[in-house]
Design a protein around this ligand. Structure first.
Ligand code: DAH
Length: 333
């Protein structure tokens, strides 16, 4: 084979080997094989050039350099390509754009509860929990609601269809968070300053402001010399912290068996008043029922509707939307 053919063969072999190299080590081996200075195919070609006639030498020398430059350029290009991170990792093309996904977040009512808690903690109240399945003692009796009181009517409560009875009577889904007041006072001595937020259940007709399950925030403070003024201050501070300084609330005289005096609390919404809960001074009978001395301590209590505040904050007028599990609605919060 003459020298020209040898050069052509060298170039063809080099290009094939370069294309076959799949990683940095592979292309380096190819470089040494075809362009190595001490030994290898290039060295062999140089030796061949030394044997041609002086007339052929300049032409062949020029061709030799051209081939060498081309192979060098292709090797360098391949080296650069292989130095980049592989696009395919474990069969996945990592350069493709990702699949967008949206983060979930907490339910608006859960967000509201968290915020209520943190406001009340700042006001010095300790968050506590109570059971949603209650007995009549905690839901009614200890709260000074007598056996013949209409609030106990089976048609107004979710009694459980179970034969199980505690010492506190038949079981029901709690209709108010006031039950937690009793549980706390039974287990602690004054001073008491707690807040409890959770679900309550009532067989109400569902409409835009009523749901058979909703949430209440119960607050209780018992200490020496606690007055109605403390109650009003705490409720006003709370409402302002959640809804802003310009929120207007009012107190209307009312009646609850477990408070005396009692008030209902309204909040201004546009030109309407929205009822947001009940409150009052803990009735001496309730204090006695848990073993406190009404001559030594006094207290206030309140129960507020969580949904009502959340609706007002977000200008929502239909409570049912919070429980319809429609992502289009929920994702707005
Ligand atoms: N438990 C009452 C209700 O569900 C609200 C309430 C009124 C709670 C007065 C209280 C209170 O703590 O003192 O309608």
């Amino acid at each position: 084979m003459d020298a020209i053919a040898q050069l052509a063969l060298y170039e063809a072999d080099a290009l094939l080997a370069i294309a076959a190299a799949t990683d940095a080590a592979g292309i380096e081996a190819v470089r040494i094989q075809f362009l190595g200075k001490k030994q290898g195919r290039l060295k062999d070609l140089q030796a061949l050039l030394g044997q041609v006639t002086p007339e052929e030498r300049p032409v062949l020398g020029k061709k030799f350099n051209e081939v060498k430059d081309r192979v060098t350029a292709v090797v360098e290009e391949r080296q650069a390509t292989l130095a980049q991170p592989a696009a395919i990792v474990d069969g996945v093309d990592v350069t493709l754009p990702g699949t967008p996904f949206s983060m979930g977040h907490r339910h608006p009512i859960s967000q509201t509860i968290e915020e209520f808690k943190s406001i009340m903690v700042r006001l010095g109240f300790d968050p506590v929990d109570g059971p949603e399945i209650e007995d009549e003692f905690h839901n009614f009796e200890a709260l000074n609601i007598p056996l013949d009181h209409p609030a106990r009517d089976p048609r107004d409560n979710f009694y459980l269809a179970t034969a199980e009875r505690t010492f506190g009577g038949p079981l029901l889904m709690r209709s108010q968070t006031s039950t937690v007041q009793i549980r706390v006072m039974q287990n602690t001595q004054p001073p008491v300053r707690i807040v409890s937020i959770g679900r309550v259940y009532r067989p109400d007709e569902m409409d835009d402001t009523h749901s058979c399950m909703f949430h209440q925030m119960e607050g209780l403070m018992v200490d020496k010399h606690v007055t109605m003024a403390d109650l009003k201050t705490v409720l006003r501070l709370f409402a302002q912290a959640y809804l802003g300084k310009d929120v207007v609330i009012r107190f209307r005289p009312s009646f609850f068996p477990f408070t005396e005096p009692s008030v209902e609390v309204d909040m201004k919404w546009g030109d309407r008043w929205l009822e947001i809960g009940g409150a009052g001074m803990v009735d001496p009978n309730v204090l006695k029922a848990v073993g406190y001395n009404p001559d030594e301590v006094s207290g206030f209590a309140f129960g507020l509707g969580v949904e009502r505040f959340c609706m007002r904050r977000h200008n929502n007028t239909d409570i049912r939307q919070f429980y319809a599990s429609d992502v289009r609605f929920l994702s707005q919060f």
